[in-house]
Design a protein around this ligand. Structure first.
Ligand SMILES: [Zn+2]
Length: 530
């Protein structure tokens, strides 16, 4: 039995025996003020009074859990507690203890339910824009290269570079995917990850693919602002090698998964272009290369650990040549970025929470959320709270919900067992049901121990109610039922959270538009002060 439950029941027992003795009149009876819930709540409140009230930060780290909506936070914290042998509901994710929190409105200028491109552009640039576009304002027409000209916006990462701070981008998704791309790229279409993804007209009009924009970030930024001299992004770690390599087998990485790894139809090898530009920089593509890094002597790092997205956390052991965890990548990035006395700006995205939800696999999404939490905890412990503002947020939520009336401590991935019962409750159709579920998507799949959520796309869509009697819904490969059949489960339109600690975090309060995130970063770092 968990300690909290013990503490609570003991406190109740003691209070009951004391009530006969303590007959004096008091406003708050002892059994109330000695109650463990009561005293702990009081302690938590006083903790919040001792928080950093400085407004200026030396460093900012923005953590974005892609698709990490509020129901994901609640169920991940319960799973975390249950994996530690507790009932779970009383658990906190490390960043949920941060003193400041706001609710964030996520819609895009032209969309009620947003996508990652529009939302991350809002967070990085301070204005809302259309769905599907990156680093450009709402004047753009998606997919029309010519409309992006003159509508490019500046990002927090670019302004940090111009100010002389070190900068870094870490993602478990392809580094050219919407969320990381919105820190450095300008594109009329989020899908233009390499030149083979672009229409001929866009290429002819001079638009550059997103991978090219990453590798040539320094040149393009200096072209955009006359008179500036930047030294480029210090740390880039993620997946997505295919967009940097030519469509030619001879360029395959040693741990390539496909027969021809690269997608580029312009014969360019952007990994070697990067290496030529940064002769002292280090390019790595697997766990061994990552593990052998000496962060003391490395000042520029480029790591691409997978052809496409990196593995799901639960599937990481199955990777061909191994991959670092998001916590390891964050730690390495910080070791390099911290060397700059002027400070740094780091963005860390957990990209695959979103993908596991799209596949309808709650176990996958929650496992990646916990890996993300470990990265945030490590960053908090390895930076000075007096000088580092840490922001933790999502870009949008998912149509993922926690429902029914399961009793306290009931397995979060399990079937609903009502209070006072030991057997799964029956719905009106006579069948058991799970606490977690999706409104839409591919629906029920019992893939047992399968840890790759994406296997769902090889199975038929199977929505509606299923008889779950005899099915272990807590296994890694269980995909929850969904009501509405769609090829992929969708984002949701409700608010998400923003958690903050450190100097400048006082501004994280209330209900805000997503574009406020940029202004909080800007304010803390004084990006426009000079
Ligand atoms: Zn730099």
């Amino acid at each position: 039995m968990n300690t909290r439950w013990k503490a609570v029941s003991a406190a109740i027992a003691v209070s009951l025996s004391m009530t006969a003795v303590a007959q004096q009149i008091q406003v708050i009876p002892n059994y109330q003020k000695d109650n463990a819930w009561y005293t702990e709540a009081q302690t938590r409140l006083s903790e919040k009074e001792v928080t950093n009230n400085q407004f200026k930060a030396k460093n900012v780290i923005v953590f974005v859990g892609d698709g990490m909506g509020i129901s994901t936070l609640t169920s991940a914290r319960i799973l975390k507690g249950q994996l530690n042998g507790q009932p779970g509901e009383e658990e906190f994710l490390a960043f949920e203890r941060f003193p400041r929190t706001a609710l964030v409105k996520t819609y895009n200028v032209d969309a009620q339910t947003p996508d990652s491109a529009g939302t991350m552009t809002a967070m990085m640039s301070g204005l809302k824009t259309d769905v599907g576009v990156i680093g450009v304002n709402e004047q753009v027409q998606r997919g029309e290269c010519s409309t992006s000209k003159g509508n490019e916006v500046a990002t927090a990462l670019e302004l940090a570079e111009i100010k002389g701070l070190s900068t870094g981008i870490v993602s478990t998704a392809r580094i050219t995917h919407a969320t990381p791309a919105a820190t450095y790229a300008k594109s009329a279409d989020r899908n233009w990850e390499d030149i083979s993804d672009m229409p001929e007209s866009a290429i002819n009009q001079g638009c550059k693919d997103i991978a090219d924009q990453l590798v040539n970030f320094e040149t393009y930024l200096e072209q955009r602002y006359t008179g500036i001299d930047v030294d480029g992004i210090e740390v880039v770690l993620g997946g997505g090698r295919r967009h940097f390599l030519p469509k030619d087998e001879s360029f395959n990485s040693p741990d390539a998964g496909s027969a021809v790894e690269g997608d580029r139809t312009d014969s360019r090898d952007l990994t070697s272009e990067w290496q030529e530009r940064y002769a002292d920089g280090v390019y790595v593509y697997d766990q061994a290369g990552f593990d052998s890094l000496d962060t003391a002597s490395t000042n520029k790092l480029f790591g691409l650990f997978n052809e496409s997205h990196m593995q799901y956390e639960a599937d990481r052991d199955n990777d061909i040549a191994g991959e670092p965890s998001i916590e390891q990548m964050t730690e390495t990035a910080l070791n390099i970025l911290k060397k700059n006395n002027k400070g740094f700006f780091l963005m860390v995205e957990s990209g695959r929470i979103d993908h596991a939800h799209h596949a309808g696999n709650a176990a996958g999404a929650l496992t990646d959320t916990l890996a993300f939490e470990a990265a945030i905890k490590s960053a908090y412990e390895n930076t000075d709270p007096e000088e580092t503002l840490i922001l933790v947020t999502a870009d949008h939520g998912h149509v993922f919900t926690i429902a029914g009336y399961p009793k306290r401590g009931n397995p979060i991935l399990g079937k609903v067992v009502n209070v006072g019962s030991e057997e799964p409750a029956e719905a009106a159709d006579g069948m058991p049901y799970t606490t977690l579920g999706y409104t839409n998507g591919r629906g029920f799949m019992n893939l047992a121990t399968e840890t790759n959520s994406d296997v769902a796309y090889t199975m038929d869509i199977d929505t509606g109610r299923k008889d779950l009697t005899g099915i272990d819904t807590t296994s890694a490969g269980y995909h929850q039922e969904a009501l509405i059949p769609l090829s992929s489960e969708t984002h949701s339109g409700e608010d998400i959270t923003l958690h903050a600690t450190g100097p400048g975090s006082q501004l994280v309060q209330g209900v805000v538009e997503q574009s406020v995130v940029f202004h909080i970063i800007n304010q803390a770092l004084g990006l426009l002060d000079e």
